[in-house]
Design a protein around this ligand. Structure first.
Ligand SMILES: NC(=O)c1ccc[n+]([C@@H]2O[C@H](COP(=O)([O-])OP(=O)(O)OC[C@H]3O[C@@H](n4cnc5c(N)ncnc54)[C@H](O)[C@@H]3O)[C@@H](O)[C@H]2O)c1
Length: 271
């Protein structure tokens, strides 16, 4: 049995709770949320709307995390919170000997390095991915292939998400831009364009990443490959958060057997 601790009781935390409830080989033993927030003290099964109602896992404040993880003999810590919280909590979880499954987005390079250093130092494993859906991981492969075949086409990436999303552009859009930049031999630091206003002529090497926010859009991503006379559009649309949550059980199983930092492409054997 794999003992799982979940960090984040929000939209994704609830979807993951529903997914884990159907897995016979893993057990949700702890749920942490932001200190002082209304979910503290509630039953996670009720909050997630499990058909069985209560699951007996009472949501706790994320304090003294390493100690609580050790006490509950947690094997894998799953994080869907926000970048600074995830950096603090996941480095603490690694120090407690837990392997990590991290879906939180918006990390700075320094935050990402701090997590990877903690994974290496404590000899644990981590799957870190801005998108755990199978479809998006295949979408990234298609983007790479299209970029290689269409090196002279103008590339623009447009993402759309619900109005509560905090970071922009999405982690999935940023990873899409990284995949395309790598395939084209470009440096994303100099080729990324995040918006246009006023005089802004397009440079050949530009890779634009544009964000739309509104309503309850779960997550749409389109990469445009455009030339004079035609264009290709490759689109992924998530219909529901189950698309992301469904990647958590395979990633959790994978990381109990593999040390070091991995991606969902490793889990899905897409490399
Ligand atoms: N990788 C993927 O497949 C994927 C898919 C969807 C969303 N995401 C990302 O997951 C993250 C969460 O998304 P969401 O829609 O569930 O957000 P949300 O705002 O609904 O939930 C965030 C949760 O994090 C908790 N939190 C904040 N600070 C915390 C702390 N210090 N300790 C513990 N918990 C803390 C909040 O209390 C809340 O429960 C975002 O970064 C989002 O971009 C990733």
């Amino acid at each position: 049995m794999i003992n799982v601790a979940l960090f984040g009781s929000g939209r994704m935390g609830r979807a993951i709770t529903r997914t884990l409830a159907d897995c016979k080989d893993m057990k949700l033993v702890l749920v942490f949320t932001a200190p002082g927030t209304p979910d503290v003290g509630k039953d996670m099964g009720v909050l997630a709307g499990l058909p069985s109602g209560e699951n007996g896992v009472i949501i706790q404040e994320a304090t003294d995390v390493a100690q609580k993880l050790k006490k509950s003999k947690v094997n894998v810590a799953v994080d869907f919170t926000e970048a600074s919280a995830a950096t603090a909590n996941m480095t603490a979880a690694a120090s407690a000997g837990c392997s990590l499954v991290i879906g939180t987005t918006g990390f700075t390079p320094e935050q990402r390095k701090a997590i990877e250093d903690a994974v290496a130092k404590n000899n644990v494993g981590a799957v870190i991915s801005p998108n755990f859906s199978v479809g998006v991981n295949v979408f990234w492969k298609l983007l790479e292939e299209a970029a290689k075949k269409l090196p002279s086409y103008d590339v623009e990436i447009v993402e759309a998400h619900h109005k509560f999303k905090k970071d922009a552009p999405s982690g999935t859009a940023m990873k899409s831009a990284e995949v395309i930049a790598k395939a084209l031999g470009r440096d994303l630091k100099t080729s990324a364009v995040y918006g246009r206003q006023g005089l802004s002529p397009r440079k050949t090497e530009d890779i634009a990443i544009l964000a739309v926010r509104g309503g309850d859009i779960v997550g749409d991503h389109t990469a445009y490959y455009i030339t004079v006379g035609e264009r290709i559009e490759i689109t992924h649309r998530a219909h529901g958060r189950e698309a992301f949550a469904s990647g958590i059980p395979p990633a959790t199983r994978y990381i109990t057997k593999n040390k070091g930092t991995h991606t969902m492409a490793d889990v899905l054997n897409l490399n």
